[in-house]
Design a protein around this ligand. Structure first.
Ligand SMILES: [Zn+2]
Length: 398
């Protein structure tokens, strides 16, 4: 499977300026094309669009200084956006037209692998022009990590704090797995994932706990900053600190998600991982909003459930596990002992069955239900016919 490795680059000030210049020009070209398409011009495909590049260069001679492969890549990206637009239109959806890219965000530069040189930890990116037409020397950056032995494509990007990254796309072999058994997970807010296997062993994976502490720090910083005069020295300083702290929080959270999904996909002895299908989920109900303000915030902001599932999908594929999703309709309402259904608003953390007296943790109960439903291979119990269409395999996600 294709995996992407993102490596931070150490870039000199001059090279950073070159990168900014090139991304600015690429974005300009992209936006100019988008604006023309928005006024009703027809998109004739990459090859037709590429022919207009010479005319564009006449119009803006500075495009000469940008590496031409990067400019070609702009057309491919626009083509991708347009094709996606047409495909969704054909499917009867109502897609938004491709948008112009704003100035404050970095326009990712895509280099095909063959034009890039890696010498030790040195990383050389070509710029445009020849001889005296070359205004910017080639960029020489330092890589902070080892590059994968073979790679196809490299994307250069920048984050909000001004760090530059190179993402290497490379082919990784999938490892076969010898494990057997099924493990089902319920994803939640308080505990990231609660799992149960066929033997009835329960796993609880806590997830990132420091969000509240970080939120407090961030709130303090923000309120301090907002009392300053805009664009003052103190304001700019506090903005920097704010960005640094929020990056730290984000990194810690991402790290915990990676660790949790690695644990599930690699360490636990099971060949099949089942989770509830998130697309039908309605997390925030009105009652919930009134009840629990800070939990609310965690639902909206700190809840990396979606990216967690994506990590699980690719990690399961990498380690030879079978990843399945199943409809989780009513899994938290139903008693896993007797099938009795009762209302379970989100603030109720313990399931107390009114019928058979079963007392169980809320997430544990729904994990049991997901497991049973998967083993029975059927949809939510409605008395209707068996619905196998609720079961998808991981490959359909990619
Ligand atoms: Zn019961």
């Amino acid at each position: 499977m294709l995996l992407c490795k993102k490596i931070r680059l150490e870039v000199s000030e001059q090279d950073a300026a070159t990168l900014e210049f090139m991304q600015g020009k690429c974005r300009g070209l992209y936006n100019w094309q988008v604006m023309r398409l928005r006024t009703g011009e027809k998109w004739l495909g990459v090859y037709e669009a590429k022919k207009t590049l010479q005319a564009s260069k006449q119009y803006d001679p500075e495009l000469e200084y940008v590496y031409s492969k990067l400019l070609h890549e702009v057309y491919y990206r626009l083509d991708g956006a347009m094709q996606a637009f047409f495909r969704r239109l054909a499917n009867g959806e109502t897609p938004g037209f491709p948008r112009v890219r704003p100035r404050h965000s970095f326009f990712t530069l895509c280099y095909p692998a063959m034009y890039i040189k890696v010498e030790g930890d040195k990383f050389i990116l070509p710029t445009g022009g020849k001889g005296k037409h070359k205004r910017f020397p080639n960029i020489v950056a330092r890589l902070t990590e080892e590059v994968p032995p073979t790679f196809r494509e490299v994307a250069i990007s920048r984050d909000a704090r001004g760090n530059y990254y190179a993402s290497f796309v490379s082919e990784q072999p999938e490892q076969p797995s010898t494990d057997t058994g099924v493990i089902a997970f319920d994803l939640g807010i308080k505990t990231l994932a609660t799992g149960v296997n066929e033997q009835g062993r329960v796993y609880t994976i806590g997830g990132f706990k420091g969000a509240r502490w970080y939120n407090k720090q961030l709130d303090k910083l923000r309120s301090k900053r907002d009392r300053c005069k805009k664009k003052s020295r103190r304001y700019i300083h506090l903005s920097k600190v704010y960005k640094r702290v929020s990056e730290k929080k984000r990194n810690k959270q991402q790290d915990s998600l990676h660790k949790a999904s690695h644990l599930i996909a690699h360490k636990l002895v099971a060949s099949t991982v089942v989770v509830g299908d998130l697309s039908q989920r309605q997390m925030v109900t009105k009652q919930h909003i009134e009840r629990n303000k800070h939990l609310n915030r965690s639902v909206f902001n700190e809840w990396g459930c979606y990216s967690f599932v994506q990590m699980l999908v690719y990690k399961c594929l990498l380690y030879g596990k079978d990843f399945q999703t199943i409809s989780e309709c009513d899994t938290s309402k139903m008693c896993s002992g007797c099938g009795h259904k009762q209302a379970m608003p989100l603030y109720k953390r313990t399931y107390r069955c009114g019928n058979c007296g079963l007392v169980m943790d809320r997430d544990e109960n729904s994990a049991h239900n997901i497991l049973m439903r998967f083993l029975a291979r059927r949809g939510p119990y409605t008395g209707g016919p068996v619905r196998c269409a609720d079961v998808f395999t991981a490959t359909e996600y990619i």
